[in-house]
Design a protein around this ligand. Structure first.
Ligand SMILES: [Zn+2]
Length: 281
């Protein structure tokens, strides 16, 4: 596409919203990924299955009658796994696009879906945690614990009506005896040790982006945790003249005025965008 067309589009708000534009911009992003020295991807809450689960009527009906609140996150975990099944392709598509690149992914999703999609896990950081590990609710230590498989099976039986709440035992901290909770940002005393090593790795990787040709891809990132992806990505784009930022979101695709020349807001559902992006690679 000619640069002139881009200028015209930018004058009309800097954001792309029409079907024809979407195809063109997806092609441009694909090309940009190919050309870039480094690709930084940010995955946001629009992609998160946790959001879908909380809106899901089956889940809402089930948890409504649960008296012991500690059981609810386990029901949530099981429902995430069920609802995630149909969405695995999305991550595989992204993985396919980044396979040959020097990339890093920052994800605020808490559905753990990114694991197992084929990415190099040393190139992923999930600062908000997820539903993979447990931690002490009182944070008596930075220790993380496995989710007991037996309990998950019991929760399944409970949901099937084969067990009652009284048959289920809440997992307790081996250190202090207080309840264990999932290691994510929803914990009252979040154990950040779960992601800090990867965060250090990410920071180091970022140092290598200075003056490099960087493609930043922000997918489905809203305003829930703007300091994790949205604002830092804008900052990187502002300071690195060779960087370009593509922001895909169904509503919050608007771009900061300062980086409009190298920042593109794309009004599109993340899953549609990823499907389109992986075509022709
Ligand atoms: Zn403890």
């Amino acid at each position: 596409m000619a640069a002139k067309d881009w200028n015209v589009t930018r004058r009309h708000g800097g954001s792309m919203c029409f079907n024809q534009d979407k195809v063109e911009i997806t092609e441009r992003i694909r090309k940009r990924i190919e050309e870039a020295d480094l690709v930084l991807a940010g995955l946001g809450e629009e992609l998160d299955v946790v959001r879908l689960v909380r809106e899901d009527s089956w889940y809402q009906a089930k948890v409504q009658n649960i008296k012991n609140d500690w059981i609810i996150p386990y029901v949530e975990k099981l429902r995430i796994e069920q609802m995630a099944k149909g969405r695995c392709d999305m991550y595989k598509q992204l993985c396919f696009c980044l396979a040959q690149k020097n990339y890093f992914i920052v994800s605020v999703c808490q559905d753990d879906m990114i694991k197992g999609a084929g990415f190099d896990e040393s190139r992923i950081v999930e600062p908000c945690g997820g539903h993979r590990k447990l931690q002490c609710s009182e944070k008596c230590s930075g220790e993380l614990y496995e989710v007991p498989e037996k309990l998950l099976n019991q929760i399944k039986d409970f949901l099937d009506g084969k067990l009652t709440e009284e048959d289920l035992d809440e997992p307790l901290c081996p250190g202090c005896g207080k309840p264990l909770v999932f290691n994510n940002i929803g914990a009252a005393n979040y154990v950040e040790e779960g992601y800090l090593n990867q965060w250090m790795r990410y920071k180091k990787w970022l140092q290598g982006t200075v003056n490099k040709n960087v493609c930043l891809l922000e997918i489905g990132v809203g305003m829930k945790y703007p300091t994790v992806i949205r604002w830092p990505f804008e900052k990187i784009t502002f300071y690195n003249q060779k960087a370009e930022l593509f922001r895909v979101h169904s509503k919050l695709y608007q771009m900061a005025e300062e980086i409009k020349e190298r920042g593109y807001g794309i009004c599109q559902k993340p899953e549609e965008f990823l499907k389109e992006l992986s075509k022709g690679i």
